[in-house]
Design a protein around this ligand. Structure first.
Ligand code: HEC
Length: 180
């Protein structure tokens, strides 16, 4: 039956896609995928040894300014931790080469260096070639700190505005890895 084999093919595609990013149970195409990744932050590799004091400009600017609800005085984080999927470890540590499709970088914004949970997560995910070729094919996203809900995602202009200055390292700043 044509119908049956079509759904079988669709099921196979979904399984393959999930296997590629080693996140069984999460379909990278689904809107909940990034929530799933951030909920399992402990399974990612943490790049920052200590909470990194955020660049003054990003304390206010590395947020979705178009969402006034989370752009309030008491929600100005001062520290961050950065986590990456295994495939992003070599390029972020070396600062060389580009990131492979499916690589995810999560920046957890902390209220203080001692804070347990994050207030907000900003995320970069490497998409298939052609997604946004001028800016390294990154998808940007902002997730709520408490329930990991995706607040916004896509080719977010305000994010690209800053990250485009880091084209040499595939739009990843790596500033928390640089020595003064
Ligand atoms: C004002 C410039 C600026 C804007 C706007 C900005 N960022 Fe960043 N971003 C930075 C800097 C600087 C860092 C290094 C960590 C730090 O000091 O905060 C960084 C780090 C990151 C990282 C860790 C990977 C890396 O590049 O080092 C992610 C993920 C990230 N930003 C996502 C976003 C998202 C999503 C947005 C849009 C909502 C955004 N950024 C907007 C400057 C910016």
């Amino acid at each position: 039956m044509t119908h049956g084999s079509l759904s079988l093919a669709a099921a196979c595609l979904a399984v393959t896609a999930a296997a590629v990013v080693a996140q069984p149970g999460a379909d990278p195409e689904s809107p909940q995928f990034l929530s799933h990744v951030v909920a399992k932050l402990a399974t990612l590799h943490r790049v920052t040894a200590e909470p990194h004091p955020m660049d003054d400009s990003t304390v206010t600017a590395c947020v979705p300014t178009y969402n006034p609800k989370i752009h309030e005085g008491e929600l100005q984080p001062a520290y961050c931790h950065v986590y990456v999927t295994a495939d992003a470890r070599a390029p972020i540590e070396s600062g060389e080469g580009s990131y492979g499709e499916g690589a995810v970088i999560v920046k957890a914004k902390l209220e203080s260096a001692e804070a347990e949970g994050a207030m907000l997560y900003t995320v970069m995910r490497k998409m298939a070639a052609g997604y946004d070729p001028e800016h390294g094919d990154w998808e940007y996203a902002v997730l709520d700190g408490t329930n990991k809900r995706v607040l916004s995602r896509g080719r977010i202009d305000s994010c690209i505005e800053c990250h485009r200055h880091y084209a040499e390292t595939d739009f990843v700043t790596r500033s928390y890895l640089k020595q003064e």
